[in-house]
Design a protein around this ligand. Sequence first.
Ligand code: THU
Length: 160
Amino acid sequence: MKLKNISTAYAVYESVDELPVDVQKLMEAAIKIKDNAYAPYSNFKVGAALLLADGSIAVGNNQENAAYPSGLCAERVAIFHASSKDPKMEILKIAIAASSELNTVSKPVGPCGACRQVLSEYEVKQQKEIEIYFMGEIGDIIRTNSVADLLPFGFDKSFL
Ligand code: THU
C-alpha cells in the first residue's frame, strides 16, 4: 500500500477590484445576470459568466422548478446555452457569483459537483484549461486554474 496526496493550488482575491481587468468585467456580468435568477424556492441566486475564446461573454443564472430536480444551476444554463449556439466554442474563464435573500453570503460559492462534471466535459473536449473564479455576495474571490483542480479523479470519455 502506498499513501499518496493530492493538493490544490488556488488564489484568493480580496475584492473584485483586485481581479485582472477582463475578469472584473466577467464577474460584473455574473453579478448582473444573477439578479434575473428564477429562485423562488431557495431564494439563493447564482449568476455565471463565461469568457469564450472568440472574446464574447455568455451568461446564465439558476432556474428553479416546483419539481425541484427539474431546475438547473447557473453554470450549466450558461454553458449549455453557449454550446447550443456554437458547438465549437471554447471556454477560457468562468466567473460565478451568488447571493441569498435570507442572509449575506460571505463565503466564495464554488460550483456544485454536477456543474464541476459538466465543466470538466468541456475542459477535456477543448484540451484547454478553464480558469474558475467564484465569490459570494461579499468577501474573498477564489480562483483555480483548471476544473481538474476542483474535480480530482474526474470521470471522462477516456473511460468509455
Ligand atoms: N446553484 C447554482 O446555480 N449553482 C451552483 O453551483 C450551486 C447551486 C443553485 C441551484 C439552486 O437553484 C440554488 O442554487 C440552491 O441550491
